[in-house]
Design a protein around this ligand. Structure first.
Ligand code: BGC
Length: 250
């Protein structure tokens, strides 16, 4: 039974669990610790190392991180400390824990989990998974294969970064009704045959996929949209699954 430890790094919390890769189920209890204040690379990597050693884990390790990640290196930092840009996350984690991790974008991780074990199971063709939270993450799949680092949350909407106007945080900040907020979903790609899954951002207290009946009816896009099903475990599960995925983090 192939297993891997999945670590999901967020702005407020870092979560980890060992995952059974064939079922997508957690085989150890989910552990959550606070993200160190300031969220700088050194302290965050130390925290990851602490989680790995507490789990007494020596096998494959996957880390989901909220940035563009290619070859283990972070290339953006929209909602995290700017010191991450250019940081070789994989090398730092390897130095700290002795195992070379697979590092990938957090939305790509959530997407992998949803496609293989959640709401996207058996949905063929083009599928877009969106995570709505502090920012907007995106994971695009073509017949089950991930197209990494799409970052659709940074498309332009009314002259702004879309995530600034359409993330869950924007709804809270501007005290928008569900209908007003859903209208901002017009930034979503309008491709006719593109099913989309609206996923949670585990870092947010309110998870919009839990209350999807309040806003999904107002989403006025052609493709069928459905709520994600794995909720706050998707990042961990996808991070673990990435260790066996040929495209994740590339
Ligand atoms: C980042 C993405 C991330 C998303 C969700 C965005 O601000 O640019 O890399 O996937 O937030 O965390």
């Amino acid at each position: 039974m192939a297993q891997a430890l999945g670590v999901d790094v967020g702005g407020t919390g870092i979560k980890a669990a060992v995952v059974d890769l064939s079922t997508g189920e957690l085989v150890t209890e989910r552990v959550r610790v606070e993200t160190p204040k300031g969220g700088k690379p050194g302290p965050v990597v130390e925290t990851i190392a602490g989680l790995v050693s507490d789990a007494k884990w020596e096998g494959d390790l996957g880390v989901a991180f909220p940035a563009v990640i290619r070859g283990g290196v972070a290339f953006s930092a929209a909602n995290v400390d700017k010191h991450w840009i250019g940081t070789d996350v994989a090398a730092l984690v390897q130095e700290a824990v002795g195992v070379k991790p697979t590092v990938l974008n957090d939305a790509d991780a959530a997407g992998l989990a949803e496609i293989r074990h959640g709401a996207g199971l058996n949905v063929g063709g083009v599928v877009l998974v969106l995570t709505l939270g502090t920012g907007i993450g995106s994971a695009l799949f073509v017949d089950g294969t991930l197209v990494p680092n799409t970052e659709f949350g940074h498309l332009e909407l009314d002259g702004h970064d879309a995530e600034r106007k359409a993330a869950e945080l924007a709804r809270e900040r501007e005290d928008l009704s569900w209908k007003q907020w859903a209208h901002r979903g017009r930034a979503l790609p309008q491709t006719r045959r593109q099913p989309a899954l609206a996923g949670p951002d585990p870092a947010r207290r309110r998870r919009v996929s839990k209350v999807s009946e309040k806003w999904l009816p107002f989403i006025d896009v052609r493709p069928p949209v459905q709520p994600a099903s794995l909720r706050n475990e998707a990042g961990i599960v996808g991070a673990a699954m990435a260790t066996a995925d040929p495209v994740a983090g590339r």
